[in-house]
Design a protein around this ligand. Structure first.
Ligand SMILES: Nc1ncnc2c1ncn2[C@@H]1O[C@H](COP(=O)(O)OP(=O)(O)O)[C@@H](O)[C@H]1O
Ligand SMILES: [Mg+2]
Length: 287
């Protein structure tokens, strides 16, 4: 009886101390994932949440460029066992913490068992320290991207109105639907002309996902095409800070409301935190 209560209590404590993880992904590159991940993180931090942003685009890591971080170390040093995670965390703009990424990393699945365990333990610690963890993933349907998205509580699939971007977004959702234990899936339309266009395309993606995949896909709002985004990229300052009143900033603050950003992480079937789920997938060979 007492043991039973203790285990219940442990579960409650674990649930309370676990961050909500939100992966930002897309089928096609260059659709605005990194800008959306960075600026959503800053907006969430502005509401008083403790936010960590992980640059997990293993092909084209560039949050450090967008946020003008001066860092010497990145996730590759942790994977190599040369640094602890806490030594590479960068203080980012707007009060967020950033785990800088590295391009051309080896496949996480190929990592020796002992090193992987060490990495999980360090990432677990990071997760326990945050309210929300945003993950900027790479584009496309490769293994690393899918593993990150399936393990997250929420997946934001970013698409632009271009037909190729829409079909690639749908292809990403289709791969997600094959996973046994994915979280909430959302479409976030970027570079749209306005609400009408965004809603029309998001509805279309949601309808096809429901009819052909039996999947419920939500609409996490949209970001209009806005010159302030490009100007901010050029000056290496996130638009949420450089131009807080611009249309893109206003759009993303609406998206945070739709995502109900203060909501806690959900208790997922496989249990454990985000990183345990992520690395757990390597053991099962699930694709
Ligand atoms: N809402 C927007 N309005 C105008 N330009 C945008 C918008 N979103 C993204 N961009 C442009 O697209 C480029 C690519 O964005 P980025 O976030 O790096 O994409 P990804 O991470 O998907 O490759 C940016 O440098 C910016 O110039
Ligand atoms: Mg990117």
């Amino acid at each position: 009886m007492i043991a039973d209560q203790a285990s219940k209590l442990r579960m409650m404590v674990q649930a309370a101390s676990r961050a909500r993880t939100i992966a930002v992904t897309s089928g096609k590159g260059g659709v605005g994932k990194s800008n959306i991940a960075l600026n959503l993180s800053i907006a969430a931090a502005g509401l008083g949440h403790k936010v960590t942003l992980i640059d997990a685009d293993l092909g084209l890591a560039n949050i450090d460029v967008l946020a003008d971080l001066k860092t010497r170390y990145n996730i590759s040093h942790v994977i190599a066992g040369r640094k602890n995670i806490i030594e590479i965390v960068a203080e980012g703009p707007g009060g967020i913490r950033v785990i800088p990424g590295a391009s051309g990393l080896p496949d996480l699945a190929d990592m020796p068992e002992e090193r992987r365990e060490r990495l999980i333990a360090q990432l677990d610690y990071l997760e326990s320290e945050a309210d929300i963890v945003f993950v900027d993933t790479g584009a496309g349907i490769n293994r690393n991207v899918i593993d990150f998205t399936v393990a997250a509580d929420d997946v934001l699939v970013v698409s632009t109105p271009e037909p190729t971007s829409i079909t690639d977004a749908y292809a990403t959702i289709k791969v997600l639907s094959r996973g046994a234990d994915y979280g909430n899936v959302w479409v976030l339309m970027n570079m749209v002309s306005g609400t009408g266009e965004a809603r029309r395309i998001a509805d279309q993606i949601a309808r096809v996902s429901r009819d052909f995949l039996g999947m419920c896909v939500g609409c996490a709002g949209h970001v209009v095409r806005d010159d302030a985004v490009e100007a901010a990229v050029r000056s290496r300052r996130p638009f949420m800070l450089a131009y807080p009143g611009c249309q893109a900033s206003r759009c993303l603050r609406k998206s945070l409301k739709i995502l109900d950003i203060g909501r806690n992480a959900e208790k997922r079937r496989m249990g454990g935190g985000f990183f345990r789920r992520l690395f757990g997938r390597f053991g099962t060979g699930e694709k």
